[in-house]
Design a binder for this molecule. Structure first.
Ligand code: NOJ
Length: 724
């Protein structure tokens, strides 16, 4: 009779239980090991696949992955390997794949449908290579802009991050995990990782559990609801306990309370670092015991865990049932994914899938909607037809690596600045050149200066060229060396000689359009004040330059809105919008405390007017849903997209609550001159606070309901709601 685990008509649960009962201790603990092909030699990797039953590998590509899989399939039980990869904004470690905007950039689209489609495209491209699992999305909040990984976040807000996170997870995982095009998502880095001390990556997060629950948990709770198959435990400690050693955070909160059914993978070397860096275990055995008891299921890149865990179980220090719980979760996901039913091998024809026209189409749409217009003085944009010569100047005008940002073949698994994309890429220079031909404008280019090296500059040369033109497009920002792990910044001002370059260009007296190509918000008060137009593109992927050019020439009406606030100066941090109210003046004596640009902000080539804010009821119960209605009129002469935003404030509560919190939004297309009525449902359960006893409660009382185009008080329409 066919064993239950091989019978695809049985449920993943039944099959996992059956297989588990057949496994030796070594086979079980092997499943918990994830080996990195960027570290292990070829023979070590083979050894792990063939003789130590490693459950997963990362950074194994193409033929290497195929070979390791065949080795695993030829072992006694033939348990297939799960291959993981960092497909962070597209399957972008593969030179032929679609490269999407970074998570931060795509979050400015405020478009969950397109974000979900981007996830689906990525899944198809990853699956086509025979890989099964992406370590994405990042659900950490980008609240301390000094942190090197801001570019990987969906911005600063837990509500928006939750919506977009759930969307991309649904894209990766599809309707069914077993679908040939579906891959596993991994919500990371659980939890409160973006808030580590001083914006320094992987240092302690000094947050109370109350704050963890209120601020950092909601996007992960959304991920669980969306059926996210895996979660990654973050590097850092929360209030002194490393996440991978925290039973409270992993087992109690994530698994027992949120009901997470998938498995937890540690981040890179988390278990080793319980000994080596964090010093909460004296040796590997103690670290392994802590990690097991806390609820880590798979161990990334600490292979010595394998030997330690076997010894711990044999010595009776750790119960085998703890191992069983972890392995059952891993096997359950492997079965649910269809790994035992043929999906262990490449899924579809790579050449027809990678960067195919359907995928590029979706990417172009998302890129267009991700770009944010921050200034447009005297409607300088779109450029008018009397502009006959355009000077494109600046270090990021023609630098695809800066435009791509982190987590592509230029940066991972190893630095590879000479990698050559096998896809079409559009820098801003290319975009302006190609689109300008329609407008019969001449385009000239000068790099001006380097991003990192202040000595490497020819500002005079750039200014000379700028003086000869009718308009200047300055493309500046940051570069790969300033973003990512190990790249936190204390100073967010423009680096190198970029500020000097801008001032010299301004002195030419020509309209100055500044385009920012960067990983995260920089402190740019001068550019904000003196540019004629300012465009934030962030890391906009392969089509960024085309989308920017379309906006500059008016072929696209910009619709991106900031998912993150900009500071005047890094000394102001944090500047996120949903802060708790305080006393004694809302500013520094030498600087405002408001951001330079606020969460939710962004301009269009048309304008929108809000009126008639109404609630379906003004008094409600704690389990009601109230419809929030507003009229929005496009008062300009062209069609445009508006993102209508709903904020709430709890006016009296048992703990201090944010001055406002996003609780809904709707992105709509409104024709010129048209008025539409927008309805946003407000689920009253969303008005929860976390009280002193760490309980989620909706406290009855009065709430301020605010609707408008962004998070600034000055533009929000307000009304009140009573919850009984
Ligand atoms: C470490 C990073 O923190 C994590 O985001 C990534 O997925 C893993 N390395 C694997 O590359």
């Amino acid at each position: 009779m066919m064993p239950v685990y091989k019978d695809s008509s049985c449920s993943p649960e039944q099959r996992a239980d059956d297989l588990l009962a057949r496994m030796t201790l070594e086979e079980k603990i092997g499943q918990m090991i994830q080996i990195s092909c960027s570290v292990a030699s070829e023979s070590e990797a083979e050894e792990w696949a063939a003789h130590r039953f490693a459950g997963s590998f990362l950074y194994a590509f193409g033929d290497t992955a195929k070979h390791l899989q065949e080795l695993a399939l030829s072992t006694r039980l033939g348990i297939p390997i799960l291959f993981g990869i960092d497909a962070i904004h597209g399957h972008a470690l593969n030179t032929g794949a679609t490269v999407f905007p970074s998570q931060l950039s795509m979050s400015c689209s405020w478009n969950p449908e397109l974000v979900q489609k981007a996830g689906r495209v990525t899944a198809k491209e990853v699956a086509s290579e025979g890989l099964h699992w992406t370590f994405s999305p990042v659900l950490c909040l980008g609240r301390d802009l000094r942190w090197g990984r801001i570019n990987e976040t969906f911005g600063e807000d837990q509500y928006l991050a939750g919506i977009l996170g759930a969307a991309i997870i649904k894209g990766y995982q599809g309707e069914h995990l077993a679908d040939p095009d579906s891959i596993l998502a991994c919500a990371k880095h659980y939890i409160a990782y973006g808030e580590s001390l001083g914006g320094r990556d992987s240092y302690d997060t000094s947050a109370s559990m109350r704050k963890v629950r209120e601020v950092f948990l909601p996007p992960f709770a959304e991920a669980v609801k969306a059926g996210c198959a895996t979660m990654m435990a973050s590097y850092q400690s929360v209030d002194g306990t490393p996440v991978s050693a925290s039973e409270k955070l992993l087992k109690d909160l994530l698994k027992d309370e949120l009901g997470f059914k998938g498995f937890v993978v540690t981040d890179w070397e988390n278990v080793r670092n319980l000994v080596v860096r964090q010093g909460v275990a004296a040796d590997m055995k103690e670290a392994a015991a802590k990690a097991l008891n806390a609820g880590n299921d798979m161990i990334m890149n600490t292979p010595e865990f394998y030997y330690a865990a076997i010894e711990l179980v044999k010595a009776g220090v750790v119960k085998e049932s703890i191992i069983d719980q972890a392995v059952r979760r891993i096997l359950f996901i492997k079965f649910a994914l269809g790994l035992f039913d043929g999906k262990c091998r490449p899924q579809n024809n790579k050449h027809n899938t990678l960067a195919c026209s359907e995928h590029l189409d979706i990417n172009m749409k998302l890129t267009r909607e991700s770009i944010v217009l921050l200034e447009n003085r005297n409607n300088i944009l779109p450029l008018k037809s009397n502009i006959k010569k355009i000077a494109v100047i600046g270090p990021n005008a023609d630098d695809i690596q800066a435009q791509f940002g982190d987590w592509t073949y230029f940066s991972h698994p190893d630095l590879n600045p000479s990698a050559v994309p096998k896809i079409e890429t559009w820098t801003v220079l290319r975009g302006i050149k190609e689109l300008s031909s329609k407008y019969k404008a001449e385009v000239v280019y000068h790099k001006g200066c380097d991003i990192m090296d202040p000595e490497d500059q020819d500002i005079e040369g750039a200014a000379r060229l700028a003086s000869s033109a009718d308009a200047v497009i300055a493309v500046i920002g940051d570069c790969l060396a300033q973003n990512g792990e190990y790249k936190d910044r204390a100073d967010l001002d423009l680096s190198g000689s970029q500020q000097k370059l801008l001032e010299a260009l301004k002195a030419c007296g020509k309209p100055l359009i500044v385009v920012l190509v960067n990983g995260k918000p920089l402190s740019i008060p001068w550019a904000a004040k003196y540019s004629d137009a300012l465009i934030e593109a962030f890391n906009s992927g392969m089509f960024g330059g085309k989308a920017v050019a379309e906006i500059i020439f008016g072929e696209t009406n910009p619709s991106g809105r900031l998912s993150i606030s900009f500071p005047y100066h890094s000394g102001q941090l944090p500047v996120y919008y949903n802060q708790l109210p305080g006393w004694h003046g809302a500013k520094y004596m030498d600087m405002p405390s408001e951001p330079l640009y606020s969460f939710g902000y962004g301009l269009s080539y048309t304008s929108f007017e809000y009126s008639n804010l109404k609630l379906s009821k003004n008094i409600c119960n704690t389990d009601d849903t109230v419809a929030v209605n507003t009229d929005v009129r496009n008062t300009g002469s062209i069609d445009g997209m508006e993102t209508v935003q709903l904020y709430v404030r709890d006016l009296a509560s048992s703990v201090v609550t944010p001055v406002k919190q996003l609780k809904g939004f709707k992105k709509v297309e409104i024709k010129a001159g048209e008025t539409v009525t927008i309805e946003i449902p407000l689920d009253i359960r969303e008005l929860f606070i976390v009280n002193e006893a760490e309980e989620y409660v909706v406290e009855p009382g009065e709430f301020e309901i605010m609707v408008g185009p962004d998070s600034r008080d000055s533009v929000l329409h307000k009304t009140r709601l009573v919850v009984e």
